[in-house]
Design a protein around this ligand. Sequence first.
Ligand SMILES: [Zn+2]
Length: 291
Amino acid sequence: MSREVSVGEVASLLRDRGPALVLTGAGLSTESGIPDYRGPDGQRRVTPMSHQEFCATSAARQRYWARSFIGWQRFSVAEPNAGHRAVAELQRVGAIGTVITQNVDGLHQDAGTRDVIELHGSLADVECLTCGERTDRDLVQAFMDDANPGFASLALGLVGDGSRVSSQIRPDGDIVLADDAVQTFVPPRCLVCGDDTLKPDVVFFGGSVPKPRVEQCFALTEAAPVLVVLGSSLKVMSGYRFVRRAAAHGIPVVVVTLGPTRGDAETTHRIDAPLGVTLTALARELAARLG
Ligand SMILES: [Zn+2]
């Protein structure tokens, strides 16, 4: 059962048991200006586009890309925060090993963390659902920029009444955009087959993580001396299943996140606190003990 502990106690556990497996969620990136789908109360605040919806119609993909075109301009300039930097430092001193992240923002890598498994993929990569062609998001963004002159200004409300766009950016890079603006948007097409079936290489809600990736994460979990969960309420089975697997193998589970989680039954060490300051303190303690 979950027990609230001090930073010092977690530091001792990681020092004694050594390099922990880490699982990170949206809560770690909120301090970089990328909001969580769920608030601290664990309730979902926005409903994202589902995998089924995206695949079903050209209109849905047009809506996704129009919103994502705008969202990417902010998403792509987000920078790692103190929590990401602390994770990189914890890895550098040997307190943690592989980092499995549910985030698609690439901020762990930007902070210098190596050995990162992007469980839900990366927004920086785009794939064609028809022919399998893969391309960089930056190239797709450049195409959309050329094909939609003035759209960014329109959408951002720099012209017109300013009420066309919400400033709310979502964890998948999406934003809220009015239908009439969306309908004027020219969506990207695959340069190889010409279809309008380009999809960011991320797992949408209702989609599934590729099986080999899941198996790799289960194997890492079973071999881990400790599992540390950072910034996740564990509401999504995609991450929660590794916590359950760890508990089933008697592996200690540390959870550092703000607000309630659904993993209380499996959690052995719990810190309910903001990530940035807490992880900075943890990294400092471990650097002093191990560095
Ligand atoms: Zn194609």
